[in-house]
Design a protein around this ligand. Structure first.
Ligand code: SAM
Length: 243
């Protein structure tokens, strides 16, 4: 397929990632529900619930295009808080903004088209930085982690929700079958796009596993880093603090 990212120069890859998400932005929700049997909603709710985000916090939600995480965090930051939704893709940001606006979520949320690898914010400007199902798509993940660390206030935290490595042997064959047989077919049927979903399965396998990502966070300067597996490690939540 043309998604053989390994051989593609970095700038090209960034452009391809943009195209993938433009082509799936509209059928994105339906696909997420079909692919995960609706469980992605629970993962996101759990992510927000354990985030420790509090009233008055200023939060940056990276790769936040769908608005899903912002919708969950807005009630937590309350009247005095603020959520900045950042995404590299303008179409995704529009989808997210429309969706939040339809739900009456307008106050306290701002939108910024940005690349997670070079954040357009000064040092120490956020109480929390979140990224859900987004780090996997960033070309230079180490750089993105360093940027997340840089824009955090002292005592602030980064929270990463992402696919990780399945930790139950019995689940692995089922998971592989689902990833490589079911996903591309769902993609073809419901999004007229098998390639994007083949890329999804491959990108999950190539993404750093629990321990590797922890080590990358340590290297980026985070303290008290920890990881929590959800659904046998299909996804994991990584957390780290700026101290
Ligand atoms: N956080 C949302 C959610 O959980 O539903 C959206 C996740 S979606 C799978 C990944 C998002 O990452 C897309 O909206 C894409 O545009 C964005 N993205 C990809 N590379 C990025 C980058 N380098 N910087 C910022 N956003 C990026």
């Amino acid at each position: 397929t043309h998604f053989g990212y390994r051989d593609v120069p970095v700038a090209e890859k960034q452009k391809l990632v943009g195209q993938v998400f433009s082509s799936v932005a509209t059928s994105y929700d339906l696909m997420n529900d079909l692919m995960s049997f609706g469980i992605h909603r629970l993962w996101k709710r759990h992510f927000a619930a354990i985030s420790g985000v509090r009233a008055g916090d200023r939060v940056l939600d990276l790769a936040g295009g769908t608005g899903d995480i912002a919708a969950l965090l807005l009630p937590l930051v309350g009247e005095r808080g603020e959520i900045v939704v950042g995404d590299i893709n303008a179409a995704m940001l529009t989808v997210g903004r429309d969706r939040l606006t339809d739900r009456g979520l307008v106050k306290g949320v701002r939108y910024a088209q940005l690349n997670a690898q070079a954040l357009p914010f000064p040092d120490r400007s956020f109480d929390a930085v979140t990224i859900a199902f987004g780090l996997r798509n960033v070309t230079d993940k180490q750089r993105a982690l360093e940027e997340m660390h840089r824009v955090l206030k002292i005592g602030g935290k980064a929270l990463i929700l992402e696919f990780s490595q399945v930790r139950q042997e019995w689940l692995k064959p089922l998971y592989d079958f689902h990833s490589f047989q079911v996903l591309p077919r769902l993609g073809r049927l419901f999004a007229q796009d098998a390639d994007s979903y083949r890329y999804l399965a491959e990108s999950i396998r190539k993404h750093p596993n629990q321990e590797t990502l922890l080590a990358m966070m340590d290297r980026a300067g985070f303290a008290k880093t920890e990881v929590r597996n959800l659904t046998a490690g299909i996804v994991a939540i990584h957390r780290g603090y700026r101290v």
